[in-house]
Write a protein that binds this ligand. Structure first.
Ligand SMILES: C[S@@+](CC[C@H](N)C(=O)[O-])C[C@H]1O[C@@H](n2cnc3c(N)ncnc32)[C@H](O)[C@@H]1O
Length: 320
């Protein structure tokens, strides 16, 4: 795992040699200047994520079974957000993403179904260092439900925005861990099909909440059922593509050392794997998607441009 060094954020622009004009140094979704790549040893660009031990900076703890390591939201926010922007997490759990939001100076809005977990996460998030004075909010709600999403929109509006700049989905991996007895909990979906149906609703909400051109991370693992590997990750990936996202990356993350309960039973698992012909899960996925900017046809661009030219009384050329 590279060292975490959240320094060296790019200046927003730098002069182009000789021209006197300024061109943007960093892509519009990031503070990182690609020309200064040597300074970003903490930022991953490869698809194999071996992150090592859980980062325990600030109030991060590994005590909520099913939380992801803070290095995941750290990596995504470093690459796909700018300081002061807004991150939404529709399965915020114990608040790992929102704690990282405070560490990195991004506003955060989380949704968590379980009121007790939401309350505990708020206490934890409040203890995180917040040098930039960002806002972090945890809503109790069901991310499949339009009313909950409307409340997220209200929070966005109160921050002066209509859309989020980055989005996280870290749903239950169907029934691998039962998070509650609540029937709305995705971990209580009665079948894989029912789980995927509910996940689709959340993915549609994610798409509507995210600003065009911006990025979403889906963190998900596969499951095993009735002697068969269930490719939950790829099923969810496909749903994200169907609702309109462009797939940018399938990052494979090493989960060794982050699993719970398996350590002492490793030998038993090896025995079972050899006997029953399966492989033991050692990875999960951090998939990255982009909401593409709606395409504008040449003809509509020409109409808009001609309209602007008339308004301005100038001879503006159509730039193709
Ligand atoms: C895998 S955990 C997310 C953990 C989180 N990334 C963290 O680091 O703490 C999934 C969370 O989704 C919550 N959840 C399940 N169904 C939900 C739903 N319909 N709406 C919102 N949250 C839900 C569960 O209570 C659980 O806390």
């Amino acid at each position: 795992m590279p060292d975490r060094q959240p320094s060296g954020d790019a200046e927003r622009s730098r002069p182009t040699a000789g021209s006197g004009r300024r061109t943007p140094a960093a892509p519009p979704f990031s503070d990182l200047d690609p020309a200064r790549w040597r300074e970003y040893s903490d930022v991953l660009t490869g698809s194999l994520w071996i992150l090592g031990a859980r980062d325990r900076t600030g109030p991060h703890l590994g005590d909520y079974w099913g939380n992801f390591v803070p290095q995941i939201p750290y990596q995504i926010m470093r690459r796909f957000t700018r300081r002061g922007e807004i991150v939404v997490d529709l399965f915020s759990g114990m608040g790992t993403t929102l704690i990282e939001c405070r560490h990195l100076g991004r506003h955060g809005i989380g949704v968590e179904l379980n009121p007790d977990v939401a309350a505990r996460s708020r206490e934890r998030i409040a203890r995180a260092h917040n040098a930039d004075g960002v806002t972090t909010v945890v809503l109790v709600g069901d991310s499949t439900c339009p009313d909950t999403i409307e409340r997220v929109r209200q929070e966005l509006r109160s921050l002066g925005r209509t859309h989020a700049d980055c989005l996280f989905l870290h749903p239950p991996y169907h029934a691998i861990i039962r998070f509650s007895d609540d029937p709305r909990d995705l971990s209580n979906a009665p079948s894989v099909e029912a789980f995927l149906d509910r996940f689709r609703r959340v993915a549609e909400h994610a798409y509507s909440l995210l600003a065009a051109g911006r990025f979403m991370a889906l963190v998900i693992g596969d499951t095993y059922s009735r002697s068969e590997w269930v490719p939950l990750g790829f099923e969810c990936m496909q749903i994200c593509r169907e609702v309109g996202f462009r797939l940018k990356a399938i990052n494979v993350k090493d989960i060794q050392g982050n699993e719970r309960g398996k350590g002492k039973r490793e030998n038993l698992w090896r025995y079972r794997a050899l006997k029953q012909g399966f492989y033991i899960f050692k990875h999960e996925y951090v998939m990255v998607f982009q909401k593409t900017v709606p395409a504008v046809s040449r003809s509509s661009r020409r109409v808009v441009s001609q309209g602007l030219a008339r308004l301005e009384g100038s001879d503006t050329d159509v730039v193709e």
